[in-house]
Design a protein around this ligand. Structure first.
Ligand code: 1PR
Length: 526
């Protein structure tokens, strides 16, 4: 029996699903006594260190956890759950006590690379531990974090990982261990690691070793635009420049749960669902979408993002729901990240106008509770062509290699809301910058002009936004062949590339994209 410590934030459903997939039975900690009666304890943590430690203190979990750990009983901390084992974090400003089982602290990444460190990275193994049995040297795991461990005692280091510099990515002392990466989100190899923890009686490491691992991979993401068709069935659809109707009917390219499972099996590094009519239908009434997430997360062990309709909402009875309520429901149903489109534009406009953070916008509230890494901003810009940069006013202008209509040489990228139906006086670079300042952790950068055209990503747009922010950027819209992926990774700093149409229509399999990237010397996860 596995006992799971759920302190109420983040996506514990993924861990539950992974343990159940491995045939394990699971019990949740609901009282401090449950900790001491556990046979094996898993502590998954996502989000903010400070709020995690606060909750552990409020629930009186600190003392029983210390007692459990000091008796060398099997413990597996994931991400924040591992960080809690140390004496404190730069993320925490209060004097709340952490577990202090290991000496050392948790520090923020100091790098010019994008932070959070997000994606599939390798591990350099330093101890012969049964936890890592069956893990190949070229294995990659899913990381998502802005802070990393700085242990005082080098003998507790189980693995390190390189992100600009080498940092400690897993620790172990006796039966107590933890990983910065998320095994429950790391596909087959992650399940192997969890199985090792669950199924191995003696987990003690058998001495030092030195096995060099792989480096960070570029991510290939499959995107599923989901909406109800005219018969009321929830289907995966796909637009041409956001027009999802063909001869008047909503295109139906398959069932969301089936397609997500297919892409997971074919090697997608992440799956993104966009509930494209979420701006007009209240998502918490749209239970099928929550079901889609629940079902998908039972079979798909890579990160899931969900977007559409994340905003404050008042229903017909006057009941008020905050964007945080909507997001929380999505996280409980199996999402690892949420994506905000229309609401982010309105919030950014207000922030730019006043220069003040309200502290209650969707971006701020959700990132405060679930962490920046859980908040993606989906940008839906359209090109506006001008003769000269001066005609674009204060907007960020680029000079694309090909001129636009009527020979106009410059363009800026105007933000839209409601799936491109309305425009706002805001450009994509300004939106991305404002959202980062408000606490967003990643940018999903679409381009309406390119969407569904199979003509390649908009490299000018991606370069402009990438240069303006220090959070990861996902290039999206226009992928038509394998070479478009190498082009975007070779000519821009995008951390990930997303495609929809070519995968749905089976024109280019995900494996073919990855094989092509590997051939070009671009690191990918196989
Ligand atoms: O505004 O917070 O409710 O979120 C709505 C979300 O739905 C936004 O993320 C917005 O991008 C998305 N959306 C709204 N309408 C459409 C539409 O197509 N009519 N889909 C839409 C946008 C997503 C793209 C697409 C890529 C790749 N499509 O990410 O998947 O362009 O396509 P391709 O590879 O076939 O070129 P809110």
């Amino acid at each position: 029996m596995i006992t799971l410590l759920d302190y109420g934030a983040g996506n514990v459903r993924s861990v539950i699903n992974a343990v159940e997939r491995l045939g394990g039975s699971l019990k949740l900690v609901t009282r401090p006594e449950d900790i001491l009666s556990a046979d094996k304890l898993i502590f998954p943590g996502v989000g903010n260190y400070e709020s995690m430690i606060q909750i552990l203190n409020q629930k009186n979990y600190i003392e029983p956890l210390r007692e459990y750990l000091s008796a060398d009983r099997p413990f597996f901390g994931i991400c924040l759950g591992m960080q809690a084992l140390f004496q404190g974090s730069e993320e925490s400003v209060s004097s709340n006590e952490s577990l202090g089982f290991f000496k050392g602290r948790v520090a923020r990444f100091k790098t010019d690379l994008a932070v959070p460190h997000m994606g599939w990275n390798g591990i350099n193994i330093k101890q012969k531990s049964p936890l890592l049995s069956g893990v190949d040297s070229d294995a990659r795991f899913y990381f998502v974090h802005s802070y990393h461990l700085v242990p005082e005692d080098p003998s507790v280091i189980l693995t390190t990982t390189t992100y600009d510099y080498e940092f400690v990515s897993a620790v172990q002392k006796g039966n107590v261990m933890g990983t910065q990466f998320h095994p429950e989100k790391s596909g087959r190899v992650g399940l192997q690691l969890l199985e090792n923890f669950i199924g191995t009686k003696d987990l003690h490491a058998a001495g030092p070793t030195s096995i060099q691992g792989a480096g960070l991979a570029k991510r290939v993401i499959a995107c599923l635009d989901v909406r109800s068709n005219d018969d009321g069935d929830l289907v995966v659809t796909k637009g041409d420049q956001y027009d999802v109707r063909d001869k008047g009917n909503v295109r139906n390219l398959g069932q969301p749960v089936d397609l997500a499972k297919r892409y997971y099996e074919e090697g997608a590094d992440e799956i993104t669902f966009l509930n494209i009519t979420g701006f007009r239908d209240f998502p918490l009434k749209d239970m099928p979408m929550l079901k889609v997430l629940e079902e998908t997360s039972k079979n798909v062990f890579v990160p899931l993002t969900i977007g559409g309709g994340i905003r404050d909402y008042t229903d017909s009875n006057g009941q008020v729901y905050s964007a945080l309520d909507v997001a929380s429901q999505y996280f409980r149903s199996g999402a690892d990240k949420i994506s905000i489109g229309s609401d982010a534009v309105e919030v950014a406009l207000a922030y730019i106008a006043t220069g003040e953070k309200t502290g209650i916008s969707a971006i701020e509230e959700i990132s405060r509770v679930y962490g920046n890494q859980a908040v993606v901003i989906s940008i839906d810009p359209k090109r506006v062509w001008v003769d000269s940069p001066g005609q674009a006013g204060r907007h960020h202008v680029v000079k694309p290699s090909e001129p636009g209509p009527d020979g106009k040489a410059y363009c800026w990228y105007q933000c839209t809301v409601q799936g491109g139906r309305e425009t706002r006086d805001l450009d994509a670079v300004a939106l991305a910058t404002a959202c980062q300042a408000l606490g967003a952790g990643e940018i999903l950068l679409n381009c309406i002009d390119k969407d569904g055209t199979n003509s390649g990503f908009d490299l000018d747009l991606i370069n402009a936004v990438r240069a303006a922010v220090s959070i990861p950027v996902i290039a999206s819209s226009g992928a038509g062949c394998e070479a478009h992926f190498s082009e975007v990774f070779e000519q821009t700093g995008a951390e990930a590339a997303l495609a929809a149409g070519i995968f749905h229509r089976k024109e280019v399999p995900i494996q073919a994209v990855k094989a092509h990237l590997a051939q070009r010397g671009i690191a990918v996860r196989h």
